[in-house]
Design a protein around this ligand. Structure first.
Ligand SMILES: Nc1ncnc2c1ncn2[C@@H]1O[C@H](COP(=O)(O)OP(=O)(O)OP(=O)(O)O)[C@@H](O)[C@H]1O
Length: 837
């Protein structure tokens, strides 16, 4: 079945040098990663005649973002599967120098930049089993010369055998063989990488304007896979398949690459072989028959004969630079690539690989025959000496060296295998021991089992006998009981029912004490808990109390009494009483007080005024009277004759005494009103005294009651708290309560004393008031009797009224401030009504 060459283009991004040179991009692709649906590359170059540029259609196109992994997965892996299945495959990279051929095929050996070759090696050994053998060869074609890079590296022969190209050149041939090419057995990927590394180091590299590390040669890595398989005829055969991985040298414009002399010759030769490759591609793509394919025109095309148009499955990767500089070469590359797309290969099937093997064997055998023939010819010497040709001798030597190397390798392998064998032997010994143990154990177990089985059999027999006995017994019972069984069952049921009832009754009876017991238990528990709590509390309180007692500040009781404000209240009453007394004393009763002063001053002033007015009135009246009398006497003398002067004087005197009486009457009226007011004030004072006394007594009794209550409470608490410590506490408490009641009693005594003082003062005050009331003539206090004022000087202790915490001044006292003089309002009364004479 024919299979076209799979052609892909990989367009890299511009290199740093191209960026620096500011080379414009002329190549575009539909997708920067991968395009398989629209796999075209468009080259847009204004220097071309048609300004529209050119579009090349391939199988797959990769852009600048396509990484090594993607290329490997899409292009190399499918071919690797075919290769593992026995097919010959080829992957080759073709393109302008510096376009990325080496990067694509080899890249770095490990990591993300690893190219196709190292990835293939890696995967082969990942999927490989024991039935395969992997060989690696590496040939370099430089200036039309072949070099075995592995042989160079290993230096197996001092004189290296020349590599020759063998094989048919016909179109249907499987390709060319390289004689004397060394194939290294690769046991694992690591060894493959090492060899790869060394081969790469030996390649001919050079620096061109376009690539500082330019491959100046074509390099072909060939991986040979030998796998043991069963043939359709049932025979075990070895299947052989090859994978060629080709990194071609770059096609280049000699002028642009800057090659001179040897460089130019080298470039020329490189270009020559590539030119031939192009021709082969063109010839194969034309599809005309019969046709001449110029494989033989270069070693490269001879080498690639099987891969291009042969029996190999092939993938061609055209590497492209996007820069404008080599646009013509890029076009050429793409041109060949699009042509190669049409080349049909006939990949070898798995069945064919057996044929390959046979043919390989035949070819090897014919080589052997020709070698022997050469030897035969050489031995036909006249001197009967055995001669062989120089080439055969060299081949022998090379072969011997190879065999020695192989021997060494085999020795190493054998020693390794021996070591493994020894290890296996010891393992087998261990297993044998284990096996013996298991056998012993199992024979013992078997014996045990037999004994158990015998026991079981005996038990079964016994059981059977018992079963027989039971059935015969059962039969006999049924015969004996007969029809009476039913009535017995009924009776039994009845009995069971009765028993149930009894049980219920019993249970009920039983339940009562159980409930009581439960409650008792709960009660007991609660009691215990409470007792514990109480004792803990009492202990705690006692300790607190003892502590307080120890400190002797009796703070708890003191605090309680303090809280009740008993002493404060007493103190407050006392201080307020004192301040009121002081107030009365200072503001009303003392000589220097304004009330007294006013009263005194007014009293004196009025008296003086009245006396003066009276005196003046009398004087005026007398002088007027005398004047009138003199005048009237004169007139009477003059009119003596007319009226009797004595009668006139008599009537005047009567008039005067009349007026005097009226005046006295008025004065006594004023005095009466003063007396009435004084009486009122006295009764107010008395009632105030009663109220105050009552209030003080009430406060005192309340205080006593509260104190008693507090003391009782405290005592009760103390008694409750400290039953166990009653004596000591009681003593201390009694002492303290006595002290408190002593204080209270003292306070009460003080208060009573104060009250009696107040009463006394009041009495004195009344006396002084009564003194005032006696008569207007007695108002004037004689200077010789200071004692009459002395009661006022006494520290008067008036009781106060405490209403809502405010000190109230008795009404009488207030009134006294305004009604200072009873005379003031009646001043008009003092005007003389004596007619002017
Ligand atoms: N796809 C790519 N991604 C990143 N770097 C690339 C890519 N292709 C090529 N390069 C870089 O471009 C430079 C040239 O690449 P490379 O040596 O592979 O070119 P070449 O085609 O093998 O050249 P020559 O034919 O002269 O050997 C290298 O530095 C390489 O790392």
């Amino acid at each position: 079945m024919s299979d076209k060459i799979q052609v892909s283009a990989r367009v890299r991004r511009r290199t740093q040098a191209e960026v620096t040179a500011q080379l414009p991009i002329v190549v575009t692709v539909p997708d920067d990663f991968c395009s398989t649906e629209e796999p075209y590359v468009s080259v847009n170059n204004t220097s071309l005649n048609d300004n529209t540029g050119k579009v090349f259609t391939l199988d797959q196109v990769y852009g600048a973002n396509a990484d090594q992994e993607l290329i490997y997965r899409n292009i190399a892996r499918p071919l690797l599967r075919d290769f593992m299945a026995g097919m010959n495959v080829t992957i080759l990279a073709y393109g302008l120098t510096g376009s990325g051929k080496t990067y694509t095929m080899l890249g770095e050996l490990v990591g993300e930049h690893a190219g196709i070759v190292p990835r293939v090696l890696q995967e082969i050994f990942q999927v490989a089993k024991d039935d395969i053998c992997v060989k690696l060869s590496c040939v370099e074609l430089y200036k039309e010369e072949l070099h075995d890079l592995i042989n160079d590296e290993l230096e197996l022969n001092a004189k290296k055998p020349k590599l020759r190209l063998l094989g048919d050149s016909s179109r249907d041939g499987r390709g060319t063989m390289i004689q004397n090419l060394f194939e290294l057995d690769v046991l694992d990927a690591r060894l493959g990488f090492e060899m790869l590394q060394k081969c790469l180091g030996k390649r001919k590299m050079g620096s061109t304007k376009l690539n500082s590390r330019s491959s100046r040669s074509h390099t072909i890595f060939t991986i040979t896979l030998l796998k043991t398989v069963m043939s359709p005829s049932g025979q075990e055969v070895v299947r052989l398949s090859k994978m060629n991985l080709v990194d071609l040298a770059g096609s280049e414009d000699i002028i642009k690459s800057g090659a001179t002399d040897t460089g130019a010759k080298e470039a020329g030769l490189i270009n020559q072989s590539l030119l031939t490759l192009g021709k082969v591609i063109s010839a194969l793509s034309e599809g005309r028959e019969p046709r001449h394919i110029p494989y033989r025109e270069s070693k490269l095309t001879r080498l690639l004969q099987g891969s291009i148009g042969g029996k190999t499955k092939t993938a061609l990767i055209a590497t492209i630079s996007p820069a404008k500089l080599n646009v013509m070469e890029t076009m050429l590359t793409l041109n060949y690539a699009s042509k190669a797309k049409n080349i049909k290969n006939i990949p070898q099937s798995t069945a064919d690989s057996e044929l390959v093997l046979k043919r390989t064997k035949i070819r090897d055998m014919s080589a052997e025959i020709s070698r022997l023939n050469r030897d035969l010819l050489a031995t036909k010497g006249k001197d009967n000496s055995i001669k062989i040709s120089v080439q055969n001798y060299e081949d022998f030597e090379r072969r011997i060296a190879e065999l020695r190397t192989e021997l060494k390798e085999k020795d190493t392998q054998i020693s390794g295998l021996n070591a493994k064998l020894l290890a296996r032997d010891s393992e087998i010994e261990e297993l044998k021991l284990l096996n013996d143990n298991i056998l012993n154990e199992s024979s013992q177990s078997r014996l045990d089992l037999a004994a158990k089985i015998a026991e079981l059999q005996k038990t079964t027999r016994d059981f059977m006998v018992l079963k027989d006995k039971y059935s015969s017994q059962k039969e006999r019972v049924s015969t004996v009981t007969g029809t009476g069984v039913l009535s017995i069952i009924r009776d039994v049921n009845e009995m069971i029912a009765n028993l149930k009832d009894m049980m219920q009754v019993l249970l009920n009876v039983k339940e009562i004490p159980t409930v009581v017991q439960t409650h008792l238990g709960l009660f007991k528990k609660t009691l215990e808990t409470r007792l514990k709590e109480v004792s803990t509390k009492v202990e705690k309180e006692t300790s607190t109390f003892e502590l307080a007692l120890a400190k002797m500040d009796f703070s708890l009781l003191h605090k309680v009494t303090q809280d009740m404000n008993v002493s404060l209240q007493i103190e407050e009453i006392r201080s307020k009483n004192e301040s009121f007394a002081e107030y009365i004393d200072k503001t009303h009763l003392l000589e220097e007080s304004s009330l007294y002063k006013n009263f005194d001053r007014c009293y004196k002033a009025r008296m003086a005024e009245n006396y003066k007015a009276l005196k003046e009135t009398y004087m005026q009246q007398m002088s007027r009277m005398l004047d009138g009398f003199v005048q009237s006497s004169a007139e009477a003398n003059n009119e003596a004759m007319k009226e009797g002067t004595l009668d006139f004087m008599k009537s005047e005197r009567m008039q005067l005494s009349k007026e005097h009486k009226v005046h006295v009457q008025q004065s006594s009226q004023s005095l009466e009103s003063i007396q009435t007011r004084t009486n009122n004030a006295t009764s107010s004072l008395n009632s105030f005294k009663d109220v105050a006394t009552k209030e003080v007594q009430g406060a005192f009794s309340r205080m006593q009651q509260e104190t008693k209550h507090v003391v009782d409470n405290v005592l009760g608490d103390i008694t409750n708290m400290s039953k166990g410590h009653a004596d000591a506490i009681e003593k201390a408490t009694t002492q303290k309560t006595q002290a408190v009641s002593g204080t209270i009693d003292k306070n009460y005594l003080d208060l009573s004393r104060d009250l009696s003082h107040t009463e006394k003062n009041l009495k004195v005050f009344y006396l002084s008031l009564a003194d005032l009331q006696r008569s207007p003539t007695q108002w004037k206090r004689p200077a010789s009797t200071p004692a009459s004022r002395s009661p006022l000087r006494l520290p008067v202790r008036l009781p106060m009224r405490i209403l809502n915490g405010q000190t109230m001044i008795p009404d009488a006292a207030k009134r006294r401030r305004t009604d200072l003089s009873p005379l003031r309002s009646d001043q008009s009364l003092h005007k003389s009504r004596i007619p002017q004479l």
